[in-house]
Design a binder for this molecule. Structure first.
Ligand code: FUL
Length: 440
């Protein structure tokens, strides 16, 4: 009798908690596609006014080609930065490229970028700074109309846009401004329904909370937006995300290859190396985030040789490390980049063993969840069989879309993965074991 009561109690408990669990936030189709891009490029380029731009050079093809060769999928371009100077001939202000004299006055750099992206099969992202240090209406309601008009121009005339980037930053001395964020977002939805919208707090993609290229080890793709606004968000909260967050809003990690966002020859010796970028990759893509790496074109409007070398080193190191999954053929499923559809399900407290016909030697691990059905793992552990007993390789917290682990070198014929805590049964879409490139 006692047993029956206990069982009944458990059953009630289970039926009570299940409906809530079934409501796990999941990504939209656009959010899922964006997450799978993994590495994207950011291009900060511009001037303060038409006169300053008179003799500028710009080679969209070289920039986009270089980004493509680096393995990036989307290039986000600063159509207008904080100085308000427009790199396209906006009808709504004189502070544009159209006023920059004979040499550049007929040009439209957004169009040049759009054409280059089309040619190389890359997605184009648009950065339109909400803070505008030049526009006289800034700080008044009229600025919202001005900004929306510019947004409409950019989202109507250049073909498909993959991402729209709303920067929450404004200078400490800038006038107070009551931005109509929802109005801006509505325009994106209307004109570019396939674009993802980035801001500190989404609505599609959130900021990672710092510009050092560092997502948190525990990295949830969910947050509760609450009363936060772009420019008025909590960076530490955005950095980890929130296991109990109500909304799917994965983090984008924006960081520059140089100390500054714009090109500055004084920083030519401070370019991050391929090895530095690889480390950033582990801390961003490897922690359930997307990397947005800024590579600013130089005074000739091209990506400098030194930046290019870092990008190519980054790419080849990445490929060397992750080329061969030593578990191929023995892993639960071989995931393709295109579909996270196949997975093995591991309940909380359950394990899955992987045996190999001969020992494998690895020091890197990749895990992926089938995030189409939500982010579920809270904690897990990986162990190896040393011939007599199980030994710990690594404990970890979240996985999400992708988790990369650097571990001590292990040689074994048998591994065991255990889900120690989960919101719902974990759908493990990929597990991979790799040997790091010596160039890491
Ligand atoms: C910041 C801006 O102030 C920087 O200039 C840069 O555009 C970066 C991506 O966002 O908030």
């Amino acid at each position: 009798m006692l047993n029956k009561i206990v069982l009944l109690g458990l059953a009630l408990c289970v039926s009570y908690t299940l409906p809530a669990q079934n409501k796990l936030p999941v990504p939209t189709k656009n959010q899922l596609a964006w997450q799978q891009t993994e590495t994207n490029g950011f291009v900060h380029f511009g001037a303060n006014n038409p006169a300053a731009f008179k003799n500028a050079y710009f080679d969209a093809k070289q920039i986009v080609r270089t980004m493509k060769e680096a393995g990036f999928k989307i290039v986000v371009f600063t159509a207008k930065h904080h100085a308000g100077f427009c790199l396209w001939p906006s009808k709504y202000t004189d502070n544009t490229i159209a006023g920059s004299g004979e040499r550049n006055g007929h040009r439209d750099l957004v169009k040049e970028m759009a054409d280059a992206c089309k040619e190389y099969g890359m997605g184009l992202g648009i950065y339109l700074s909400p803070w505008d240090g030049h526009e006289p209406t800034y700080g008044t309601p009229a600025y919202n109309d001005f900004y929306k008009n510019q947004l409409r121009e950019l989202l109507s005339n250049y073909g498909p846009i993959a991402e729209v980037w709303f920067d929450g930053y404004k200078g400490p001395k800038a006038k107070p401004m009551d931005y109509d964020w929802q109005g801006y977002f509505n325009i994106v939805r209307e004109l570019q329904p396939n674009a993802v919208i980035f801001s500190d707090i989404g609505p599609d993609v959130r900021w990672v909370g710092n510009e050092r290229g560092n997502a948190s080890e525990t990295s949830w793709s969910t947050i509760s937006v609450g009363t936060m606004l772009p420019g008025k968000a909590k960076p530490a909260y955005l950095n980890t995300g929130d296991a109990l967050g109500e909304t799917w809003m994965a983090a984008e990690t924006d960081v520059s290859i140089r100390p500054g966002w714009f090109y500055n020859p004084a920083q030519d010796a401070q370019i991050k190396s391929g090895k530095d970028l690889m480390n950033i990759y582990y801390q961003s893509v490897g922690r359930n985030s997307v990397l947005l790496l800024n590579v600013p074109p130089n005074r000739y409007g091209v990506i400098s040789d030194a930046d290019r070398k870092s990008l190519m080193d980054f790419k080849s190191i990445r490929e060397e490390t992750f080329r061969t999954n030593l578990a191929k053929g023995v892993a639960p499923n071989q995931l393709t980049d295109k579909a996270l559809a196949t997975f093995v399900t591991i309940r909380q407290g359950a394990s899955r063993e992987f045996s190999f016909s001969k020992p494998i030697q690895f020091d890197r691990v990749m895990l992926q969840e089938n995030i189409a059905n939500g982010q579920r793992q809270v904690a897990g552990k990986l162990e190896y069989w040393d011939g007599r007993q199980w030994q710990l390789v690594s404990q970890l917290t979240t996985i999400g879309y992708k988790r990369l682990l650097k571990v001590k070198p292990v040689s074994t014929q048998k591994l065991r993965y255990t889900v120690t805590e989960a919101k719902m049964p974990v759908e493990l879409a990929e597990i991979g074991f790799y040997k790091a490139s010596p160039r890491e």
